[in-house]
Design a protein around this ligand. Structure first.
Ligand code: DP6
Length: 359
């Protein structure tokens, strides 16, 4: 390989996902093994996605990464775990057109450059790490010709960020917590694809794009150490909710889906409040959005919209169909007019979507 100066590039694009039954709490911090199963919906890549290009060349002398144009350190265990796991599964690569031939054993010596962009605010509670690690693992697997199925790749993405494992699929996805100590059975499976329930419209009301004060990782560590409510949630509540949610999704039962989604979001934030010191991810605007949706759903007699909030104040609103989405937007624009000095100033509209390989 000495005199070669080639570069092999792969680009992939991965959407983020939003949990409707939340993951909160790890039973193993290093392997990122959760205390309960979770279920999410994958968004449309046009709106909230990460695009990652990975490159390999004999002229690179170290692994390097740029996030949104700024170089970041790859020394963290999470990046190293993902790189190691994919390198261990690398296969021979032969590109006759470009005169590139990489033998399986060469991957141990070759270095990788990674450039990743989010088309939405990073670390603002919009699941940027989910799209980021899913995209990184997917792109690296393509680059190194790893032959793993997406479920197997999800178990690697999980070691970058728990929620990332669910972004390897479109539609509705379940992260099975698994039972084994090595985490090999803690992976994502697709429940239904993005076509199954295409009436749904997802609107994200960006209440604040500021970086959150308590990261999910730190927050859930404190919760595991101090919250009694978490144990009740993980052992008693979530297992039943997972079964009911799967049923609601499969039968496209919006009333049950909305009731479970809102209840689970509220319980996740109750668990945050039950943490010492308490964690407040939602703010007054988030609470006003909840009241607005609850009031509307009650007045209609049947739910029109479900709400869910992750580790930040931004609302993810899932409307039962386009008509409900239009009415919701009208209400949001009326109650929270988008002006530069208000704290609710943009809406991202998306459908559910599938992972797109741009490589
Ligand atoms: C509230 O996946 O960001 O969005 O595994 O420590 O990287 P780490 O945490 P992360 O946590 C996401 C938490 C959540 C709920 C969810 O997506 O299920």
């Amino acid at each position: 390989m000495a005199e070669q100066t080639w570069v092999r590039l792969v680009t992939a694009q991965t959407p983020t996902n939003i949990a409707v039954i939340k993951y909160w709490g790890k039973r193993d911090e290093t392997l990122i093994l959760p205390v309960n199963d979770s279920i999410s919906v994958t968004l449309d890549p046009e709106h909230l996605c990460t695009t990652t290009t990975v490159a390999v060349s004999p002229s690179f002398d170290q692994d390097r990464m740029w996030l949104n144009g700024k170089e970041i350190s790859l020394s963290g265990g999470r990046y190293q775990n993902c790189l190691r796991e994919i390198r261990a599964r690398a296969c021979d690569v032969e590109d006759e057109e470009k005169g590139i031939k990489i033998a399986r054993k060469d991957w141990e010596k070759l270095h990788i450059h990674i450039a990743s962009y989010n088309n939405f605010p990073t670390a603002a509670g919009l699941a940027s790490s989910a799209a980021g690690f899913a995209c990184l693992v997917f792109a690296l697997a393509k680059l190194m010709n790893a032959k793993e199925e997406n479920s197997q790749l999800s178990a690697i993405a999980r070691q970058g960020s728990g929620s990332a494992c669910r972004s390897l699929f479109g539609g509705f996805v379940k992260w099975i917590m698994g039972k084994t100590e090595d985490g090999s059975d803690s992976l994502a499976v697709q429940l239904v694809d993005e076509k199954h329930w295409d009436d749904l419209v997802i609107i994200i009301a960006v209440v604040s794009s500021r970086q959150k004060e308590t990261s999910s990782t730190t927050g859930m560590r404190d919760t595991v150490e101090t919250s009694l409510l978490l144990q009740h949630r993980a052992q008693e509540i979530v297992p039943k909710r997972i079964v009911e949610m799967e049923e609601a999704i499969k039968s496209r039962d919006f009333a049950s889906f909305a009731q479970l989604t809102c209840a689970d979001s509220n319980q996740f934030h109750a668990v945050c409040l039950d943490t010492r010191p308490p964690i407040f991810y939602m703010n007054d605007t988030s609470h006003r959005i909840i009241s607005c949706v609850e009031k509307w759903n009650r007045s209609e007699g049947t739910p029109q919209v479900a709400y869910t909030f992750d580790a930040g104040p931004n609302a993810v609103l899932i409307a039962r169909d386009r008509k409900a989405a239009t009415q919701l937007l009208q209400k949001l624009l009326f109650y929270f007019p988008p002006q530069p000095d208000t704290d609710l100033n943009s809406y991202v509209i998306g459908d559910k979507s599938i992972l797109k390989d741009a490589g």
